[in-house]
Every structure is written in structure tokens, then in C-alpha cells.
Design a protein around this ligand. Structure first.
Ligand code: DGP
Length: 143
């Protein structure tokens, strides 16, 4: 079965164009990282390539190669910022796999021993909490 085409009205395309706000923690020529508004744990970040693709299936391998080093950088920063025991990295492709926003993105989620992961796309977090968590991570990134 083929995937639907990329649709630039998705919420992350709007964030990338600056049409709706986000708590950005990192940006370079190819990639943006911002706080997930429905975090599965405090410090849950989304790493988003600027180039349009719906998910892994239509992504340009060059874009993937540019994105993974940023995922690594953010994983290290959230581990330090939240004193995490581990970091979960995940990425969903198509609704059957749990994808709800159709612009390629990687989830970077700090984990602590014995603390359960909150549901995927669950409860909206308070903006002040997201802002404070973004500042913690930016501090680790040195910006
Ligand atoms: P998924 O497509 O299943 O990988 O999940 C999309 C994630 O995006 C989910 O964890 C919730 C989050 N999310 C949904 N809408 C927004 C939004 O408007 N802003 C931000 N920062 N995150 C969002």
C-alpha cells in the first residue's frame, strides 16, 4: 500500500514556517528541535528536518543523514538536563504505527528507572512548564 503525499498544512510545517508558536531549543540549516506539547515525560523533544517529507518512506537519505546527528546531540542534552537514566528515541510511520502529524520527526524522551512513560499524544502540558524545560535543555546545549 502506498502512503499519501506530503501535505504542507500539517502542524509541524506551520511551526517550521513560524505560523504557530513552539518552544524551540535548537535550529540549524537543516533541522529544528522543539518541545512536544503532549510530553510522554518531562523534557520530551521533537527533532524535525526542515525538508518536507511525510515520514521515513519518502524521506531523502541525505536529510536522514543530516538529522540523526542532531537527534544524538539532543539526546545527550536531555540526558544531562533531566539527569535521566536513559533516553528513548522513537519515530512513527503512518497511522497504523501511531503517527498523527505527517511531517517526519523523531521523538527524544528522557527516561528514569521505575517511572512509567505517559501515553503517546496524551495530555497537553502547561506552557510555563514547557518553557522552563526548554530553558534547561538550551542550557546544556550552550544557547
Ligand atoms: P506522532 O505523529 O505520532 O509521532 O506524534 C506527534 C507528536 O506531536 C505528539 O507527541 C504530540 C505532538 N504535537 C501535536 N501537536 C503539536 C503542536 O502543535 N506542537 C508541538 N510542539 N507538538 C505537537
Amino acid at each position: 500500500m502506498t502512503s499519501a503525499a506530503y501535505d504542507d498544512s500539517n502542524i509541524f510545517a506551520k511551526i517550521l514556517r513560524g505560523e504557530i508558536p513552539s518552544h524551540r531549543i535548537y535550529e540549524d540549516d537543516h533541522t529544528v528541535a522543539f518541545m512536544d506539547v503532549m510530553p510522554q515525560a518531562p523534557g520530551h523533544v521533537l527533532v524535525v528536518p526542515k525538508a518536507p517529507s511525510r515520514n521515513i518512506f519518502d524521506a531523502d537519505p541525505t536529510v536522514l543523514a543530516q538529522t540523526i546527528p542532531v537527534v544524538q546531540k539532543i539526546a545527550k542534552a536531555v540526558k544531562e538536563a533531566f539527569d535521566a537514566d536513559g533516553v528513548l528515541i522513537c519515530q512513527f510511520n503512518e497511522p497504523a504505527a501511531g503517527q498523527s502529524v505527517f511531517h517526519l520527526h523523531f521523538h527524544v524522551i528522557p527516561r528514569h528507572e521505575g517511572v512509567a512513560l505517559k501515553p503517546h499524544s496524551g495530555k497537553m502540558e502547561d506552557g510555563g512548564v514547557l518553557a522552563a524545560n526548554a530553558e534547561k535543555i538550551k542550557g546544556e546545549l550552550g544557547n
